[in-house]
Each structure stands twice: as structure tokens, then as C-alpha cells.
Unconditional design. Structure first.
Length: 247
């Protein structure tokens, strides 16, 4: 692969293991020459993420809990110390309590709503605010993964992308989202009937198949690179065309 991101730096949040969408994004970015910082939450995840970071030349692993302001401040202080600046931010995190993913929407608890919104949507805003000083003057790119965790959090994230794109456009920074089709990941393992969802999409998507994590990673590379320099405020679908079918 042409190393079109040689000398660039990026921060990737959401790597849990080799099946994570965030890991595929990290591989594509690193393969194009970008030096990365991967984040982990808590000691349980640290060893695995550090081992993955070691597979990407020059990359590092840093702790981060997006629900804690002190943790976010410490993360960006460490990124600034290590990288001096930042060219790309990949936000690939989402969370909702498992019990909130089933049953009627009107039974959603206030706590469940708040957690899903804070982790899945507001965290993008909090990260962007801290990344901005490091991205000024670097034609930076911010990419988020639009997971279908809770529809209201998904909608909030898409709206945030549009608002942030407008705010940061005059500073030369682009903000986009990737809406990926279903993939087998650590998160999807907790979704009831997920195999049936995969089968349904594969049978009805225009390409008549499911997507791969590598396809999402390469789209992330495109959005983080100068090749997409005219694109911002958009949601790019990587779902084998399923979103056009209306079923």
C-alpha cells in the first residue's frame, strides 16, 4: 500500500481485540504510514491493547475512560507530549446497557438513556474539543463509527457530526461518520439474534453478502487521508448497499 499518511499521527479509540472495527481502522491507517495512539479502558483491557499497538510500528497505548474528564485531559496531554500534534481522530466507541437493547423503547430507563448518549455520542464532542488544539493548521480529519446501539444515540451522533463539521470547517478540519453493516465483534456478541441479522443482510443487500472489517478500515483510511479532502459532515455507508433497500 502507498504510504500516503507517512509522518502523520492519529488517535484511535475503541480497540478491544483483533475483531474490533477500531483495530481494522488502526491497521489501515498504520499501513499507510500513520503513527498511532490506541486507547484502552481499565487494567483488564491494557495487556491486549498494548500487544496490538506493538504490532504497529511506532504506535503506543494509552489509558482512557471517556466518561471521566480527568482521563480525557490526561490522554491528550500524553498525546501532545508524544506526538506534538494530531492529524486524525478515530472515535469507534459506543455503549448501551444490555437490558436497554430489548423490549419497548418507552421502557428505556433514564440511566440507560444517559449512559448511551454520553458514551456513544457526547464522547465525540468531548474528544473533539480536546483534539482541536493539536489539529489546528494540520488539515485534520475526525472519523466516527455510527454504531446502531440505540437509535436515539445514533441520531445524536449523526447530528453531532454535522454540527462539528460546520464548527471545524473554517479551521480546515473535517468530520465524518462511517455507518457499517453488521460485523461479528465483541459488542455484537451481546445482541440477541445477531446471526439472523447477518443472514438477513447478506440475502438482501445489493452485493448479496456481508461486509468485512477490512472494508470499514479502508474507508476510515480514505476519510483520514487527503483523498477525501472535499468531504465533511457526511455519513458514509459501508454495508454492501443494504441501506438503499428499504427493508
Amino acid at each position: 500500500m502507498q504510504r500516503i499518511l507517512e509522518g502523520k499521527t492519529g488517535l484511535v479509540l475503541g480497540v478491544a481485540n483483533k475483531r474490533s472495527i477500531a483495530w481494522s481502522c488502526a491497521q489501515s491507517l498504520a499501513g499507510a504510514g500513520m503513527r498511532l495512539a490506541l486507547t484502552y479502558q481499565g487494567e483488564r483491557m491494557e495487556k491486549g491493547v498494548r500487544e496490538l499497538a506493538a504490532e504497529l510500528p511506532g504506535s503506543i497505548a494509552l489509558p482512557c475512560d471517556v466518561a471521566q474528564d480527568e482521563s480525557l485531559d490526561a490522554l491528550f496531554a500524553a498525546v501532545e507530549k508524544e506526538f506534538k500534534g494530531l492529524d486524525a481522530l478515530v472515535h469507534a466507541i459506543a455503549f448501551a446497557k444490555r437490558e436497554e437493547l430489548t423490549g419497548d423503547f418507552f421502557n428505556t430507563s433514564k440511566e440507560g438513556w444517559t449512559i448511551a448518549q454520553e458514551i456513544s455520542a457526547f464522547s465525540l464532542v468531548a474528544l473533539t474539543r480536546r483534539a482541536l488544539p493539536l489539529m489546528e493548521g494540520r488539515s485534520g480529519s475526525i472519523v466516527t463509527m455510527n454504531y446502531n446501539v440505540m437509535g436515539v444515540a445514533k441520531a445524536a451522533l449523526e447530528a453531532s457530526v454535522r454540527y462539528l463539521a460546520n464548527d471545524l470547517g473554517p479551521r480546515g478540519i473535517r468530520v465524518n461518520a462511517i455507518s457499517a453493516g453488521p460485523l461479528r465483534t465483541l459488542s455484537s456478541a451481546g445482541i440477541a439474534g445477531f446471526t439472523e441479522i447477518l443472514d438477513h443482510v447478506a440475502a438482501r443487500a445489493p452485493l448479496r453478502r456481508n461486509i468485512t472489517a477490512e472494508e470499514v478500515g479502508d474507508t476510515c483510511l480514505f476519510l483520514a487521508s487527503p483523498m477525501s479532502r472535499g468531504i465533511t459532515g457526511s455519513v458514509i455507508h459501508v454495508d454492501a448497499g443494504y441501506h438503499v433497500m428499504g427493508v
